[in-house]
Design a protein around this ligand. Structure first.
Ligand SMILES: [Zn+2]
Length: 431
């Protein structure tokens, strides 16, 4: 994913968490005393995949909210379950989600937590070794559910405290984002304050936008504006902003997103499962929009699998626009450089280039479903590969998955913790 999109037969030398050199295969890369060598003969090394819309706090809700519209999904299941979270359940939920992501080749995420206990999610992220920008969810509008609603002041002051503690933590691997849930759950003063705070500390603003026609109508009724224009008017736009979904955006909205260089996060599985629609991604890319991809939360997907999102992102556009819409190479760009841009980290991750952080995935394309081998590599990665083809994963130069096994935490403990916390959450939420 370098500027010329080269596919090389090469060795990658990593020193102190960064890519030091990319050189011809087998000749050594000329640096380091006693380097640890990972033999990648016959394997494919690609930049770590980036998912820029995830809710780790919802991983424990997987399978508890199927086959519902967004509005019922939120009100009947997700909000009561989020309100029932404790520090322990947030930690267990983050560990389970991050384990799934790392094992499936996702090395960096933009995450939205729930209203409370976000510190416990950061502790999990620090421990498990994924690159993450995460933020506490903000909900201060009077119409927000009682179990999650906060005053504007407490929402902002807790965010500022979390930002001071976690923005730049773990050697810069962890960062903070300001995460207003969506326009209907936030007051105008909150959104404006968030925009100012994020600007001041150089943080990303992560929210949802234009997911369903119902949401669009609510925003129009309350603000008198089209949603994308309203967000822009309160400062939620531009390169530091990531808007998940943007399914219901018209030509004016697309032009505005492109003009402001606002990041759109495409979540094809979530949009299909909730019946929200198909985002006009090829039209956005043609207009010059910045686009990343994401699995959203486990209860609306139900996997956190970048390979599934890439394949689906390409496929769902084709019945509408023809088979040449969104080809494989373009989709891989969304899942790497597109995500890096949405996280404000395009100079640090998203490609295998000298000087960038060493976030790498090693893929085994030798199994029958990715053969024969003398075909387009982009096609094999996007259309044929699966998360289970991931052999090794490196984040910040640290091997976090080796031979398909998580090295930074015990998977059995993660599963046990997740199951006991999920049972408690269900009881507590009355589901
Ligand atoms: Zn979401």
């Amino acid at each position: 994913m370098d500027r010329n999109r080269r596919v090389l037969d090469a060795d990658v030398l990593v020193v102190a968490g960064r890519i030091k050199s990319v050189g011809p295969s087998g000749r050594g890369t000329g640096g380091g005393v006693n380097p640890a060598i990972i033999d990648c003969h016959g394997l494919v090394v690609l930049p770590g995949l980036v998912q820029t819309h995830i809710h780790l706090c919802q991983t424990l809700f997987r399978g508890l909210a199927d086959d519902l519209s967004l509005e019922d999904w939120l009100a009947q299941r997700i909000w009561p379950l989020e309100a029932a979270h404790t520090e322990d359940s947030i930690y267990a939920s983050a560990m389970l989600g991050a384990a799934e992501l790392l094992l499936g080749g996702t090395t960096a995420i933009l995450d939205m937590e729930t209203v409370r206990h976000t510190g416990a999610a950061f502790e999990a992220l620090e421990e498990i070794g994924i690159r993450a920008t995460a933020g506490k969810c903000l909900m201060d509008a009077p119409s927000s559910p009682e179990g999650l609603r906060e005053s504007t002041d407490s929402a902002l002051s807790e965010s500022a405290g979390l930002c001071a503690r976690w923005h730049g933590a773990a050697g810069g691997r962890l960062r903070y984002c300001f995460a207003p849930r969506f326009v209907p759950s936030c007051t105008g003063p909150l959104l404006r304050a968030v925009s100012d705070l994020a600007e001041k500390v150089g943080a990303v603003v992560h929210t949802h936008a234009a997911e369903t026609p119902v949401e669009l109508e609510m925003v129009k009724r309350e603000t008198g504006h089209d949603e994308i224009a309203y967000l822009d008017s309160v400062g939620i736009s531009g390169p530091r902003t990531a808007l998940a979904h943007c399914v219901w955006v018209d030509k004016d909205g697309i032009e505005r997103l492109a003009r402001q260089a606002t990041n759109v996060v495409h979540c094809p599985s979530s949009n299909l499962k909730l019946g929200s629609g198909i985002a006009p991604i090829p039209e956005m890319l043609a207009a010059g929009c910045r686009v990343g991809i994401g699995a959203d939360g486990a209860p609306c997907n139900n996997r956190l699998d970048a390979f599934a999102e890439m394949r689906l992102a390409a496929l769902i556009q084709k019945p509408r626009l023809g088979p040449d819409a969104l080809p494989a190479a373009q989709v891989l760009e969304l899942a790497t450089l597109g995500g890096a841009r949405a996280m404000g980290l395009e100079n640090e991750i998203g490609s295998i280039e000298v000087g960038k952080r060493a976030d790498l995935v090693v893929l085994d394309l030798e199994r029958p479903h990715t053969q024969p081998e003398d075909t387009d590599l982009m096609s094999r990665i996007v259309y044929s590969s699966m998360a289970t083809d991931v052999r090794h994963v490196i984040v910040d130069g640290r091997v976090v998955v080796k031979d398909g096994e998580l090295k930074t935490a015990d998977l059995r403990e993660i599963r046990q913790g997740a199951n006991s916390q999920a049972r408690r959450l269900r009881r507590s939420a009355g589901l």
